[in-house]
Design a protein around this ligand. Sequence first.
Ligand SMILES: [Zn+2]
Length: 215
Amino acid sequence: MPVPDVTLAGAALTEARAAHRDRSGRLRAYDQIPRRPERPSDYRKYQLPVPPLPQQSFVTSGYDLDLPDDEQRRGAEMKAVGHGGVDLAQKRGTKVSLVPLEHQVGDADVLFVGKLFGNSVVTHHAVREGSGVRDYLVIHGHLEKPASGLAPGATLPAGGVVGYVGDSGSPGVVHLHLEVRRAREGVSLSNLGPGELVQNAKTVACDPRNVLPLL
Ligand SMILES: [Zn+2]
């Protein structure tokens, strides 16, 4: 009987059920993949699509879908409660580069270019996990603009240009919204419309620190 080579695959990530109240007071239940405890909490320890700023505050907001309802952010200016990604502050126009995920199989490819969280580029990554391969997507949001000529189906090697940091859809707050989601079993990402890419029924938010490579 062949012995699986566990060094070639990441641990299968476990979904957890969570819920919080949205701004209208309605309880919203969802699945999410919390950070594994052995993964560092400090985003500076990971490869990121933009270089971290020297200031302490380059992460303007982090993944919080794993936090209980009373710890969710509810600022007066905020449209939504619950944040399934990390917001990385950077200067307008800074290049956003493709970061392959840990245990990724082959190159990433472009799934969507258009309006999602402002101007967004969504990439697809096949990731060896547990005993199989799972499909992940990475949302690069609030871009000034995507890389020129980037279109669905294009492959993006490590370091390939995804786009440029901006504040589209977040006027005055120049940053990269970086969100990682795992497709549910049996869901074909290429058949999903842009709105469906972020639907809990189709994809599950994953703490980016589970799959971004460590430096
Ligand atoms: Zn964000």
